[in-house]
Each structure stands twice: as structure tokens, then as C-alpha cells.
Design a protein around this ligand. Structure first.
Ligand code: PLP
Length: 380
């Protein structure tokens, strides 16, 4: 099958408006973190219902800063799902704390109060609640449970820009949340991330930490008519976003509702077309919210005649790029020897699920081709 007809798993929806915005930023002469980053932070925080947004270079760096804001360090345990992109667990190691893997709920792929409780110890200080693949976790239940045990909740909302919980945006009412603008996510700036929080003191500190711990930003010094002698208050990082990225982000953010609506309507069409295929369960919204379908995964069981890897091969043969399901960090060499409780649901999901193509410009004809392969293999 030729490359032209190959159906990709994901394509970001970028166009002339993003190209023009990037060009305008370049031509303005201000390309590093500046006024466009500040504007993107305000617009993004407002969209997700948070008081403050701190733009950074990725969701990975956003997670790192969120854990620094909570003053976590050696001796502290942070509960994370193993079923997540590995950055979720790695960020805990960055601050010297111990990631503790918890199992997940099979329907949503997310942590629940029960799965966290199964691994909680006296040293548990925080939980990183991932909205996996854009499926909203039961934030209210986890936040209530965490409050009862003095545990902080950091939300990894990398895939959940535009998801809702009980009628509110994910991020609205969060203690602290981390977001991604990688091209594989809902909206993109090439690379990029954001921290959101209602806590003004944390926001001030994280704004400094992303720029080497400096007490005055380049933009503040530029705007001042008197020389500002900066000082460096603590060991910081260079986690800045550029104004070129933020310019693209502002255009993407304005398209967010359209992007999410399109993803949800393609997902609904997959649900219809895949209905009744034996041994195959597609991801769905939980009863408490609406997801982004950043990853449209299907879980196979014994009633489906092929294994996950066999179905991936059949799809590839037919020119369809699917992907294995979400990874499990505890199975990777980076976590070899790291203690972990049994994680049966995590291991089943990572072994038996796959992610189907779903992108803004996907046509019905392309979607029909994906489903035809799955149905054909199901009937032998
Ligand atoms: C993609 C992803 C990340 C990392 O995002 P980057 O912006 O690429 O650093 C973290 N957590 C989850 C759940 C992700 O899906």
C-alpha cells in the first residue's frame, strides 16, 4: 500500500492562521518569552477556569514545576498511574521523591480513590491524577478522598484540554494542573506546556523558576525605564516557552471548541460503526464528564479472534497506522527493579488495547476503511 493512502494515527490541525501568527512573532523581533506568552497564559487560564497560567516548554517540565511548588522531595511518596506516558512518573523522580505505581479503573484508564488507597502509606504526600487519553478522571471523588488523607492532587491534563467534569472544564477548581501542547495532543504549539493554579504565590514562584529563579523577567526589564538589577532567589531552570510558540497557541486555542467537537463526533461515529463487534470495547465518556478522545482506544478480549499485535499488523498491512495502547511505565527498563504492587488492570490495558486513527481532517471514507479491517478480521 502506497504512502499516499496510508491513514495516519494523528495529524495536528494547523493552517495559514498559525503560520501567519508565527511569522508576525518573528517579524516583531521579540521571539523569546514575551508579550505573546503572557497573552497565551491569560487566555488559556481563563479558558480552563484557573486564575493563573504559567507557560513552559512542555508538560513534562510543567509536571516537574508543579511538584516543586508542592515542596516534594526525598522521602516523599507520590502515587502515579503506571498506565501513562513515562513523563508522569519521571517528573516525580526529578524532585527526588518516590513514584508509587497504582492500578487503574478499566473503563476509564484512570486512578480512583480505591486504587490510590491500595498503595497509600504514611509517606504519601501527593497523587498525580492523569486524565488518560483525554478521559476525565473522577476528580471530585479523588479530591475528596485526598483531602481526607492530607494528600495533594496534581492533575496531569496533558491530553485533556477541552474535557469537562460535572459541567466544568478540567482545570476549573484544580489545586494545580499540567497541560501539553505537543502535536500528538488536542492543540499544539510544536512543543509546549502550561501549569495552571488558583494559588498566586505558587504562580509567582513558578514564573521565577521557569526562568532561572530570577526575580525580574526580561519583559519587565524591557518595560522599565530604570535599570532593574535582577537577582536569583533559588536554583531555577530554563523552561521557557517562546513567543513564536505562544503566537501559534493563541490561534490553536481559538479553535479548541471546534477541535474537540470534531474529535467527539468522529468518536461517536466509531462507536456506531464498531457496535456489536465481538470482543472489542471502545473507550467512552464516564458518567461524570466528557472527554477529548485525544486517544481513541479499543480494548480486546478473548471473543475477538486476533491478539492486539495481530490486529495492529493487519491494520498496518491495510495502510492504517494504529498504535499499541498506552504504555505502562513499570514495565520499562527505566523502572526495572522499582518496587510495584500487582497492577493487573494496567497490564491488561497496555497489552490488549490499541489506539485507532482520529484526527480533525479525517474523512468518513478513511474511518470506514479502519472499521472495515477490524470487522473483516472479526469475522475471519
Ligand atoms: C504527552 C504526555 C505527557 C508529556 O507531555 P510533553 O508536553 O510531551 O512533555 C505527560 N503526561 C501525559 C499523560 C501525556 O500524555
Amino acid at each position: 500500500m502506497g504512502d499516499q493512502q496510508r491513514i495516519p494515527v494523528m495529524v495536528p490541525w494547523l493552517g495559514e492562521a498559525e503560520a501567519q501568527a508565527a511569522a508576525d512573532a518573528v517579524l516583531s523581533g521579540w521571539v523569546a518569552q514575551g508579550p505573546r506568552v503572557a497573552e497565551f497564559e491569560r487566555a488559556f487560564a481563563e479558558r480552563v477556569g484557573a486564575a493563573h497560567g504559567i507557560a513552559v516548554s512542555s508538560c513534562t517540565t510543567a509536571l516537574h514545576l508543579a511538584l516543586v511548588a508542592l515542596d516534594l522531595g526525598p522521602g516523599d511518596e507520590v502515587v502515579v498511574p503506571s498506565l501513562s506516558f513515562i513523563a508522569t512518573a519521571n517528573a516525580v523522580r526529578y524532585v527526588g521523591a518516590e513514584p508509587v505505581f497504582a492500578d487503574i479503573d478499566a473503563a476509564t484508564g484512570n486512578l480512583t480513590p480505591d486504587t490510590v488507597e491500595a498503595v497509600r502509606t504514611g509517606r504519601t504526600k501527593a497523587v498525580v491524577l492523569v486524565h488518560q487519553g483525554g478521559v476525565p478522571a473522577d476528580v471530585d471523588a479523588v479530591a475528596k478522598y485526598a483531602a481526607e488523607h492530607g494528600i495533594a492532587v496534581v492533575e496531569d491534563a496533558a491530553c485533556a484540554i477541552g474535557a469537562t467534569v460535572n459541567g466544568r472544564s478540567v482545570g476549573d477548581g484544580s489545586l494545580i494542573a499540567a497541560w501539553s501542547f505537543h502535536p500528538r495532543k488536542v492543540i499544539t504549539t510544536g512543543e509546549g506546556g502550561m501549569v495552571t493554579t488558583d494559588n498566586a504565590a505558587w504562580a509567582d514562584r513558578l514564573r521565577r523558576l521557569r526562568e532561572h529563579g530570577m526575580n525580574a523577567s526580561a519583559a519587565q526589564r524591557h518595560a522599565s525605564d530604570k535599570p532593574i538589577l535582577e537577582s536569583y532567589l533559588e536554583t531555577g531552570y530554563n523552561y521557557r516557552m517562546t513567543d513564536i510558540q505562544a503566537a501559534v497557541g493563541l490561534v490553536q486555542l481559538a479553535k479548541l471548541d471546534q477541535v474537540v467537537a470534531r474529535r467527539r463526533s468522529l468518536a461517536a461515529r466509531y462507536h456506531e460503526l464498531l457496535d456489536g463487534v465481538p470482543g472489542l470495547s471502545p473507550v467512552r465518556d464516564p458518567h461524570w464528564g466528557t472527554g477529548t478522545y485525544q486517544s481513541f482506544w479499543v480494548l480486546l478480549d478473548e471473543a475477538y479472534p486476533l491478539t492486539r499485535d495481530e490486529l495492529l499488523a493487519a491494520l498496518a498491512e491495510a495502510g492504517v497506522s494504529a498504535r499499541r495502547g498506552i504504555m505502562a511505565a513499570h514495565l520499562e527498563p527505566a523502572y526495572a527493579g522499582h518496587p510495584a504492587a500487582p497492577l493487573p488492570v494496567t497490564e491488561r490495558l497496555t497489552r490488549d488495547s490499541l489506539i485507532l486513527p482520529l484526527f480533525h481532517t479525517m474523512t468518513e471514507e478513511q474511518q470506514d476503511r479502519v472499521v472495515a479491517v477490524i470487522r473483516q478480521q472479526a469475522t475471519g
